[in-house]
Ligand binder design. Sequence first.
Ligand code: ZN
Ligand code: ZN
Length: 191
Amino acid sequence: MDRKEKILELIQQGYDNVKALSQYFGVSLMTIYRDVRELEREGKIVRKHGELRLRTEEELKEEKKDVCAYCTKAVDRRLEFIYYLKNRKIKACCAHCGLLLYKDIKEDEVEACMTWDFITGNPISCYSAWYVVGSSALPCCSPSAIAFANREDAEKFAKGYGGAVMDFEKAVEGIRDLMKRGQRVGIDIKT
Ligand SMILES: [Zn+2]
Ligand SMILES: [Zn+2]
């Protein structure tokens, strides 16, 4: 059994802080802290006010459901857009929903955000990605937002499929604008 597995067992037995664990193993606080951080990242434990506990069954079930936090559509790995918060992650089906979620998530809670480059499939940070917003390509939600690692690729894509090339902050606003306009068009058609 490696140390991390043993830690999970110990937490269940009531070792609910880093100090108690470091004493148990006879290793430094930093060493245990690192393990604890990893377990936290993996979603196996929760740390609150220095107290450790295992994730509850419900919390685990909730995470396993691989559905978009915004539209509840099943998440396709090639388009997923993930915010990593301190104790959990929030997954969106695509950049459209990911960008729309941004304002609901407290900025300072987010430790990282990742998605995949549309062309290479390589992981990229959402914040440094370039987005083609509102193109005619609809791999997931409409109006679409598609992420690219570099601006040139985004511009080439927009030449073929339309849409505007935006950085993260502009894209957060851009997708909202398009949604609003879409709604207005919808009302116009009805009346
Ligand atoms: Zn979605
Ligand atoms: Zn989507």
